[in-house]
Design a protein around this ligand. Structure first.
Ligand SMILES: Nc1ncnc2c1ncn2[C@@H]1O[C@H](COP(=O)(O)OP(=O)(O)O)[C@@H](O)[C@H]1O
Ligand SMILES: [Mg+2]
Length: 236
């Protein structure tokens, strides 16, 4: 889905990402774990075409990403953030928003999505009266209803209760399995990475020190820092 080559991203004088090569495979769930400040959110912004790298190349489906990348391509990718920015409007209006933006009708697909995320009964409720878990489910529904090709999740369940964490993980897993949507999830939660991901990468100071199939990452990591992380000795 993506091929990053010799990518470096610099803020001021600081190299925040240095990725000689990184592939995101079509249809996979890739988890990126790592401490605060490692560059995880920056990586997601680059994958969502919100920034261009200081140097290096991002290919999306084989095409080099640049200023000429069409809006129709950019809109295939969407991000759900830790704290969803919802409009002060009903749940339904929030979920319908992305459809309207793309000129798609708010048809049966919208109601089906609200049912899937367990919000059908709250469809008319104003989004600012929801609990944190409900808000995050609105944000996820809003992202999924447009049937993105790539779903980027930036710590989507940080600060949520276990019930909502499980709900959101199950929704992501089911959606990925059903639609083959490529998912990149940034998470602090090693257990979440283990539950969700096909492959896991550990990002430290802008470098991927380990990137492996989930089984290998958790049972036989090759980098000592990844091993320490898996053993719980690297705490953050
Ligand atoms: N817009 C920006 N301008 C300057 N520095 C930034 C900007 N965004 C992020 N940074 C810095 O880049 C580094 C990586 O940030 P970020 O990608 O948000 O890390 P993470 O998501 O892993 O916590 C941090 O040191 C952060 O302060
Ligand atoms: Mg972040």
């Amino acid at each position: 889905m993506y091929q990053l080559t010799n990518l470096r991203h610099i803020y001021g004088t600081r190299v925040v990402l240095d990725l000689p090569t990184l592939e995101v495979r079509e249809g996979e769930i890739l988890a990126i774990v790592g401490p605060s400040g490692a560059g995880k959110s920056t990586l997601l912004r680059l994958l969502n075409f919100l920034e261009v790298p200081t140097s290096g190349i991002i290919r999306y489906r084989g095409q080099v990403v640049n200023a000429a990348t069409p809006l129709a391509v950019r809109r295939q990718v969407t991000t759900v953030f830790q704290r969803p920015a919802l409009m002060r409007a009903s749940v339904r209006a929030n979920v319908a928003y992305g459809l309207g933006l793309r000129g798609l009708p708010a048809d049966g697909r919208l109601d089906e999505m609200l049912r899937e995320v367990g919000l059908a009964d709250l469809a008319r409720q104003s989004s600012h009266t929801l609990s944190g878990g409900e808000m995050q489910r609105v944000a996820l529904a809003r992202a999924l209803v447009i049937q993105p090709h790539v779903l980027l999740l930036d710590e989507p369940t940080a600060n949520l209760d276990p019930y909502n964490v499980a709900l959101i993980e199950e929704l992501v897993r089911a959606y990925n399995a059903r639609h083959g949507t490529t998912v990149v999830v940034v998470t602090h939660n090693i257990f979440q990475a283990r539950r969700l991901a096909h492959r896991v990468g550990l990002l430290l100071n802008g470098s991927l020190v380990e990137l492996a199939d989930a089984d290998r990452f958790f049972h036989a990591p090759s980098d000592p820092r990844a091993a320490a992380f898996v053993r719980g000795e690297m705490v953050y």
